[in-house]
Design a protein around this ligand. Structure first.
Ligand SMILES: NC(=O)c1ccc[n+]([C@@H]2O[C@H](COP(=O)([O-])OP(=O)(O)OC[C@H]3O[C@@H](n4cnc5c(N)ncnc54)[C@H](O)[C@@H]3O)[C@@H](O)[C@H]2O)c1
Ligand SMILES: [Zn+2]
Ligand SMILES: [Zn+2]
Length: 348
């Protein structure tokens, strides 16, 4: 088969590699139909994720069909169309029992395209297939479902639920990449009074506006904190969601909330950020962090089925697998290409 193989920082290629095989009775082999690229894959390619070693296959988001199952698989069959979640779950450890699958102690968590070979391939070995995949309702297309592999549950769980978004809230979302945009989409489920999206790129802000941000702020030109305060009688937002992953935007998120407000950090940070306790100890803030668990995926599937939102609005480009390198290039140059999510489909 062919797969997108990491060869060390800055190097990857669509290589011929051996087909994966069942290694544990709870494994399945899935033939990938559609797959996408995450900002985190770009972090890996920069060398920011040292446990991702050369020779490993990239990718943690896909939909496909099961083509083989191990002897210990009970609820999935050959032929099932499934969503491969970015998070796997052993189903039995202490954290899996409480729905905290991201922290799985039994070999799950963020495994695919991190600790084991990933989904940017024609075939992928999926561990714990019973507890780590979702059957796809017949009428939901692959590309819509693909948005549930990572970005929608991440933004919903780590941003909107951790941030405790309530009806009538003012929600400031710092960063309008796929994660920030998915936070806008899922925050709207709670009828906030106002969503303020902050980014440096006008193309991202225009996507934010289309997806339902009420106010867009280019923080390269305007002072985001001043605008948030002007709109909230000088108090600040009820909830700030950090969706970039750099010290500056974390500090902006903390400064932008009112006393008693919530700051939900989603960004993956590579550098220390300063927490100004000398200013905020008195302000009753709640600050949360998190890796996505994907416990909300069944809920999000129901919301897509009932047309409560349209995940395909975040897809800007389609490629076939033989164009994988072009897909990466388009995603990597998002400022020039206006790429949000790029979908790579199997060629038939
Ligand atoms: N916690 C989790 O489980 C989890 C899961 C997936 C992704 N993430 C992380 O979420 C973050 C966002 O992901 P993404 O795919 O949307 O990334 P992205 O790089 O596509 O988007 C980031 C956005 O931030 C904007 N930005 C950069 N600097 C800025 C600044 N100073 N002020 C305002 N905006 C700025 C960029 O223009 C871009 O639109 C990343 O750090 C990613 O690794 C976390
Ligand atoms: Zn991801
Ligand atoms: Zn577990």
């Amino acid at each position: 088969m062919r797969a997108m193989v990491f060869h060390g920082p800055g190097q990857k290629s669509w290589d011929e590699v051996p087909d994966p095989t069942i290694q544990e009775p709870t494994d399945a082999i899935v033939e990938v139909s559609s797959v996408t690229i995450c900002g985190t894959d770009l972090h890996i390619l920069k060398g920011d994720v040292p446990e991702f070693t050369p020779g490993r296959i990239l990718g943690h988001e896909a939909v496909g069909h099961i083509v083989a199952v191990g002897s210990g698989v009970h609820t999935r069959r050959v032929g099932d169309r499934v969503l491969l979640s970015c998070i796997s779950s052993c189903g039995t450890c202490r954290f899996c029992r409480e729905g905290r699958y991201g922290q799985c102690l039994g070999g799950g968590g963020w495994a695919l395209g991190h600790l084991i070979d990933g989904t940017q391939a024609e075939l992928v070995r999926v561990p714990f297939v019973d507890t780590s995949t979702h059957l796809i309702p017949e009428h939901i297309p692959n590309d819509e479902m693909l948005m549930l592999a990572d970005i929608l549950p991440t933004s919903y769980e780590v941003g909107v639920l951790n941030g405790n978004v309530r009806p009538g809230d003012t929600v400031a979302i710092i960063g309008a990449g796929p994660i920030g945009l998915a936070a806008i989409t899922t925050a709207r489920l709670y009828s906030p009074a106002r969503i303020i999206a902050v980014d440096l790129a006008d193309s991202r802000l225009s996507a934010a506006h289309k997806l339902g941000a009420d106010v867009i702020v280019n923080s390269g030109r305007d002072n985001a904190l001043d605008i948030v305060r002007e709109l909230t009688d000088g108090l600040g937002a009820d909830v700030a969601i950090e969706a970039v992953g750099i010290p500056e935007t974390f500090e902006t998120a903390v400064e932008s909330v009112r006393p008693g407000g919530h700051v939900a950090n989603i960004g993956v940070h590579g550098k220390p950020a300063t927490l100004h306790l000398e200013n905020i100890w008195i302000r009753d803030l709640t600050i949360t962090t998190g890796l996505v668990d994907t416990h909300s995926t069944p809920t999000l599937i129901k919301l897509i089925e009932s047309h409560r939102f349209d995940p395909s609005a975040m897809i800007t480009h389609h490629f076939t697998m033989d164009q994988f390198e072009l897909a990466y290039d388009t995603f990597d140059r998002a400022e020039q290409t206006s790429a949000l999510k790029v979908v790579v489909d199997k060629y038939y």
